[in-house]
Write a protein that binds this ligand. Structure first.
Ligand code: PMT
Length: 406
């Protein structure tokens, strides 16, 4: 799991209302905390029937706000102070009753009162029985919230606690985390089209054996997610990885380098930026068999055929696109990265050392140096791949603006 760096040091106020999914809000607090946020939990009386405030107090490391009349030692009015300090207000789970209160401006409990006072972005994650969710009254209330600028998540579909099946489950905490980060991220890539590649390719010699590398796709997925959070229209072409599709983008799953080349070529035109984080196999077995080779020891040499260099081809016909490559090196990072940047006609190449445990392939962190054709390189401190992604995008955007592509 990659934790969005945009939530680092942000004050997240989490409203928990009285539905069975309230127990999932405890895990959501953990996710927000792991992303570096300062979490304040506000509970309704009904929520306390499902989960006790102490759980949220322990997980958030802050007192829970659940009583409008409680003594506030600093002499401040609690809901106004909390509202002023909030960077984002998330309500999960949001019951039909709370949604109705928010839509109609009622203020008769700590959360609905706070809701009126908060000016920061707001997100609601509905969770209720399918008929309650589909009831025209609830739908009208949700539309009112959406029109007022709330981010209203669609509930998940599946088994509901009442025994029914269908729409009504609280969206997964990971989705709420992702959408919260998106909500508070500046949309400086709004209206821009971005293509990202991620993961390894697999080059089969028979149906069960292949040439590949340990790329997990984490770096490319972090880039795709960060671009989407910043407002871009993203196409992600990924080799075989074990991650779910990121939200709100076109995702194309491929296996081989030839398939990746075909997908990239199909979507590369008119992109504002291209980030090529995929670890593409340079070679494939010259001939693959349809059936498993019975005894591989009979093969003494494996004949290889060169795969197309996808990035080189993009560099040859580059128009007003900022082209960013990645270089995976085990030595001479600067020299090898610079050679690749020049050969492939790139605007920037992100060099990283691979084959070490806390950076490169498979790691949650990366230590990279950005190289440019005309200016000195800048070495970034080791940081999460999510954070590296934002730093790389910042630099690509600077190049985009300098070149006057805006
Ligand atoms: O996926 P993770 O586990 O998170 O790991 C991330 C990463 C280490 C894979 C990533 O940060 C990275 O370095 N990706 C590029 C790996 C690579 O293939 O490097 P390269 O030096 O072989 O290729 C240079 C560039 O040319 C790359 O942008 C690559 O996508 C591109 N290329 C290479 C070969 C080829 N046939 N076609 C290409 O487009």
């Amino acid at each position: 799991m990659i934790f969005p760096s945009m939530l680092q040091n942000k004050r997240v106020v989490l409203g928990v209302t009285g539905g069975i999914a309230a127990y999932k809000a405890a895990y959501l607090v953990r996710l927000f905390k792991q992303a570096g946020a300062d979490v304040r939990v506000v509970m309704t009386r009904a929520a306390e029937r499902f989960v006790c405030p102490l759980t949220f107090e322990a997980l958030s490391e802050n007192p829970v706000y659940n009583d409008m009349w409680q003594d506030n030692s600093q002499g401040k009015i609690a809901h106004i102070a909390l509202a002023k300090e909030a960077d984002v207000l998330v309500v999960a789970p949001a019951t039909a009753n709370s949604i109705a209160k928010f839509a109609n401006g009622m203020a008769d409990d700590p959360l609905s009162t706070l809701m009126l006072a908060v000016t920061a972005p707001k997100l609601v994650a509905p969770s209720m029985n399918i008929n309650m969710y589909e009831n025209p009254a609830t739908q009208a209330n949700l539309q009112i919230l959406a029109k007022r600028g709330f981010c209203v998540l669609a509930p998940g579909i599946g088994f509901l606690a009442c025994g029914d099946e269908g729409k009504g489950r609280m969206p997964d905490p990971e989705i709420i985390l992702d959408r919260t980060a998106a909500l508070i991220t500046e949309k400086d890539l709004g209206g821009k089209r971005v293509l990202v590649t991620a993961g390894p390719t697999r080059e089969y010699m028979d149906p069960v054996r292949f040439i590949s590398n340990p790329s997990s796709g984490k770096m490319g997925f972090a880039l795709a997610r960060a671009c989407e959070h910043r407002g871009a229209c993203v196409t992600l072409v990924t080799g075989p990885v074990e991650m779910d599709d990121p939200i709100n983008m076109r995702v194309i799953r491929v296996t081989t380098a030839l398939e990746m080349a075909a997908a990239v070529n199909e979507y590369a035109a008119n992109q504002d930026m291209v980030f090529k984080a995929a670890a593409v196999s340079d070679y494939r077995p010259a001939a693959a068999t349809d059936q498993k080779i019975k005894d591989s020891r009979q093969i003494e040499t494996l004949e290889l055929a060169a795969n197309p260099d996808i990035l080189f081809e993009l560099g040859r016909k580059k128009g007003n696109t900022v082209l960013v490559g990645f270089a995976a090196e085990t030595q001479k990072l600067e020299e090898h990265s610079a050679q690749k940047m020049q050969k492939k006609n790139l605007d920037m190449i992100v060099g990283n050392i691979v084959g070490v445990s806390d950076s490169g392939f498979g790691a949650d962190f990366n230590t990279v140096t950005c190289f440019y054709p005309d200016t000195p390189p800048d070495r970034l401190a080791s940081q999460s791949k999510d954070s590296v992604a934002h730093a790389v995008i910042d630099r690509a955007l600077t190049i985009y603006r300098k070149k006057g592509y805006e």
